[in-house]
Design a protein around this ligand. Sequence first.
Ligand SMILES: C[S@@+](CC[C@H](N)C(=O)[O-])C[C@H]1O[C@@H](n2cnc3c(N)ncnc32)[C@H](O)[C@@H]1O
Length: 562
Amino acid sequence: MAVSEDSDQPSPSNKTTTDDDHSLVLDLSKDDPLFEQKKKLLQEKGFSPTERVYFSSSSCFACVNTTLETLLHRARVIHLNETELYFGEMNIDPPEEFYSPRNELEALNFIISLIDISLENCIHEATSFLQDLRSAAVQKVCDFGEKYKFETRTVENVCDKEKLLLQWAQSNGVKSRLRIAYVEDAGRGALAVEDLRIGETALEIPVSMIISEDLVHESDMFHILEKIDGISAETMLLMWSMRERHDSNSKYKIYFDTFPENFNTGLSFGVESIVALEGTLAFEEICQAKEHLHSQYDKMFPALCDSHPEIFPPEFYTWDQYLWACELWYSNSMRVMFTDGSLRTCLIPVAGFLNHSICPHIMNYGKVDSSTNTLKFPLSRPCRAGEQCYLSYGNLSSSHLLIFYGFLPQGDNPYDLIPLEIISDQESCFSEEGYSTSDSTTHMVRSTWFSKNHGIFHYGLPTPLLNHLRKAQNPCASTVTRANLENELEVLETLRSIFDAMNDGFGPVEDHWESHTWDVKLAVNYLYMQRRIVSSNLNSCDEGSKMVKDLWVKCMAEDVRG
Ligand SMILES: C[S@@+](CC[C@H](N)C(=O)[O-])C[C@H]1O[C@@H](n2cnc3c(N)ncnc32)[C@H](O)[C@@H]1O
């Protein structure tokens, strides 16, 4: 299920102001659940939670760029999510800052909307500076997008079913600046018909086109389903869609006709591919997900078909059809906030053709616009005519994408995290800051190539994890003394043994997997990615140990010299 990025992000309209002295204010909201950690990080960088950035109305190229950089440093921190914050601390020194594509795009879009608000209220002499500042921010978004651009190869232009769906959607009020085509390795995708600029709407869907729980409520199965103890709206929607897809009179027939016979997600993996995943997170998750779905199915079937065969015809409610519906909803649904404040899982015709990227064009799409009663998909970065327009399905790990969507994203995924359960006798030094709640702390690692800081006391590893282990062995640790260096070596040894055990737990990498089925190929690719993450951490431990040993030898030599 895709989740828009705007759900827990600060909104620019009530967090920013301007004043007559030509300044912009970036305010870290006290309502932010990560307020304390962000405030601490801002202070470590020499900023306060409410920062006024001054500019002069006589704009020059250098002033514009300096102002933009200053704004960006703060905006990045304001827009960090919990994971980025966990890994972010290591970039304090050196000051080079980059947290994730998501964070960079959110921060730049936040600044652009802040400038737009200011331009609406601004006095004449500041206008030109603000316009230049806006252009510089937009250019930065474009340059950033170019770095992450993945070329789309169109393998086939759209076929009849998709054409029919677009025509039907447009006749029902859908406004689209996208066309649908078959793209390499991703089924169908949505391509921009014309150049789309930042802030413009690529797609607009009237609420009347959205499939949500309302349709179940109106159907003849609702009075039966509502009597099932603890049944969720999502399960009801599964039941509804299992029958609806076969109904030739359905209002959504044209839409259902566009779905494939098989979704090929991890939930359909065969035994060979599941075995290939052994030792990885995905192995545990896939087994749990399958077990859960089987038990859900067994609770309802064949009982419902036996008691109400006219409403639940047995041929539509087999295990295979249930799995198909689960895969449909997991891979195509989106969470939408309606104007009454309700948050619902929905299927959205046409929007369901948008593929996912870790550097998407569309990030904030989850709220129905009350003035138009439509769901809009605005661009957070520009998309050129013919380019594939990508959505963010949320900050999802590759194991989640593999299991519930059946693909692995292009590029390095900053949300590929490996949790580490580290038990210590002492309370964690990060407990007040929310990283841990008790002696048993879940820390995590990801590929260390995301880190810019591989120096002494950092090694590309997350600072909260290192501090936790240092705390466990020796409180207060990052100055170069013999005792601290010995402690560092112990910390790195501990981590090395954890990563070694992970590596040993993985199954063998196959040599000739090209000849295998789709699921084994995906599983082996995933396994390969996991191995790379663990080996990047092992390398960091080894290089860190070497660096610490060299320094230790120097310290010893100095001690001997007195
Ligand atoms: C919401 S649908 C997107 C449209 C889909 N490609 C289609 O043909 O219907 C989600 C599915 O698209 C595919 N998909 C999405 N993003 C992808 C990507 N970046 N690479 C490969 N496949 C992707 C996966 O099969 C996923 O389950």
